[in-house]
Design a protein around this ligand. Structure first.
Ligand code: ADP
Ligand code: MG
Length: 276
């Protein structure tokens, strides 16, 4: 393994994604990020993924002399909102679904350590909206554009596993679809996504993942619970954290209630297409 300290003192290039984590920098072929209570758990998870054959994620390289976590830099392009028209093609959904399927299959064989610590958004009121009794898998849970690395115009790798924790496959798929179908009112989508056939896109994603009939039936209820949880938790986070306060004021406060109304109305059409 490379000694992370060999790079210290070299030029640091600030990396600003969605502005949630302050102090993310690139140093050569590595990324340095502040250590959080869940960092060791996530490094163990990433090591498992690579060992199980999923290599489209950062490699954990330890800690540097400033106490920061060191990860491999994943080459490619990370899209930003508003997403470009090229990101609205069905080929993007196909590749994302295959990527998440490979992640789930590699993650399935990992049992987190007894002292595992997980991340979450600040002040969260609802920590879990997973249906009772479902089998759990540790997965990414945050497929926002800033966490997906593209190559040649298609999703190729995932970064930023800060919100990874035990979830169900369906809940995790609902998260990916929230950002990429997307499961939003047309007024809240990137312009290139405003007029798309969302039930058709969800079905393309489901086919590419290989979703079972039971998973297809569970998707809309899972997405509905997730959007409600986002709404409650983002409101709570805005009360305790200035970064989340800014996101809330700049649009989340309108987008999430609109998304709740939208999924209530459009959910049946999505389910009908999924189980057809
Ligand atoms: N391992 C990595 N490889 C390549 N780019 C990265 C990596 N980690 C972070 N970045 C870049 O930095 C941005 C912000 O980092 P991220 O870990 O997503 O932090 P945040 O918690 O703020 O979303 C990302 O959107 C991406 O552009
Ligand atoms: Mg991120």
């Amino acid at each position: 393994m490379t000694d992370p300290n060999l790079d210290s003192g070299r030029d640091e290039e600030p990396l600003v994604g969605d502005g949630v984590t302050a102090g993310v920098v690139r140093v050569g072929d590595t990324v340095r990020r502040p250590v959080r209570p869940f960092t060791a758990t996530i490094h163990a998870y990433l090591r498992h993924l690579h060992g199980a054959g999923f290599s489209d994620a950062p490699i954990p390289l330890g800690f540097d002399d400033q106490g920061r976590e060191v990860l491999s830099f994943v080459p490619g392009d990370v899209p930003r909102e508003p997403l470009p028209a090229g990101a609205s093609g069905e080929d993007v959904l196909v590749e994302l679904a295959r990527l998440v399927r490979r992640l789930h299959d590699a993650a399935q064989s990992w049992t987190p350590p007894a002292d595992a610590t997980w991340g979450g958004i600040p002040g969260a009121r609802i920590v879990n909206s997973t249906a009772d009794g479902e089998p759990l898998v540790v997965s990414h849970r945050d497929y926002c554009p800033g966490n997906v690395v593209f190559r040649d115009g298609l999703p190729a790798a995932l970064i930023d596993f800060d919100l990874a924790k035990p979830t169900t496959r369906v809940d995790d798929l609902a998260n990916a679809l929230y950002y990429w179908a997307p499961l939003l009112h047309p007024a809240d989508r990137s312009p290139a996504f405003a007029d798309l056939d969302i039930p058709g896109r969800v079905a393309v994603f489901a086919d590419s993942y290989g979703m079972s009939l039971a998973q297809r039936r569970a998707l809309v209820p899972a997405a509905t619970r997730m959007i409600h949880r986002f709404h409650v938790n983002m409101r709570a986070a805005a009360e305790v954290d200035p970064v989340f306060k800014r996101m809330w004021d700049e649009g989340v406060k309108d987008r999430l209630p609109r998304a709740e109304t939208w999924i209530e109305r459009e959910g049946p059409a999505i389910t009908a297409r999924l189980v057809a």
